[in-house]
Ligand binder design. Sequence first.
Ligand SMILES: [Mg+2]
Length: 243
Amino acid sequence: MIEFRGRLVLLDIEGTVSPLAFVHDVLFPYARREVGDFLMRHQASPDVLRALEQIARDSGLDSNGEGASANLASDSDRAAWVSRIHALMDADAKQTGLKWLQGLIWDEGYRSGELKSVFFSDAVESIRLWHQSGLRLRIYSSGSIAAQRLFFAYSDRGDLTGCLEGYHDTTTGPKRAVASYQAIVEAAGLPASEILFLSDITEELDAALEAGCQTAWVVRPGNKPGQTDRHPTLRSFAEIQLS
Ligand SMILES: [Mg+2]
C-alpha cells in the first residue's frame, strides 16, 4: 500500500493500465490482417496516400518516385504495397509512415466496434474513482496521442476519456529522459512533488524521480522481469491510498 497526497497521476499505458499482450496479440495482428482490404477500400484517401508516401520516404524509396505514384486501384501495385508493409511489420520497424498507416487501420477498427482496448480492471476502477475524487490524470505513452485517445475512448469498459485532462507522447520527449518529465510538470502547472508517475519500466521511473516526481513501479502479469529498489512496487492500483 502506498499513500499519495499529491494532485495528479501520470499514467503509462502498456504494461501499466493494459496488458502488453493487447498490443502484440491484438493490435499488431489486426493491422497486419486488415491492411490489404483497407488499402482496397481507401484507394483515394488522402490520409492513406500520405502514409504510403511517408513509408516510401522512410524506406528511402522516394527518389524513384514510388511513393508519389502509389496506384491502389491496380491489383498488382496494391499487392506490392501490402507485401512491403508486411515486411516492415514483421521487422517491427519503428517508422513514422508505418505508424500513421497502422493508426488509420486501428481508427477504423475501433470505430466499427471490431477493436476494443483491454484494461486491467483495477486500473479502470481507480481511474474513475480518482477522477471522481478530484485527482487530475494525464497519460504519457510512446504511442501517438491520436492512438492514446482511441485507446481510452473505445475500451472494453466504456469511454474513459472524460477522466483524463491531457496526453503526452514522444513529441514531448523520450520516455527515459528527465527533461520529458520536467516538460510534463511544467504543462501540468504543479510542483513536481504533487505528481505521481506509474510505469512498468524502471528507467522511465528513474527519469521521473530525478525530475522530482513521485513514482511507483507497476508489476503486471506478462511484463518483462525487472528489479528496482528506488521505487515502491504496485501489483494493483487499489494499493494506492489517497489521503
Ligand atoms: Mg509501459
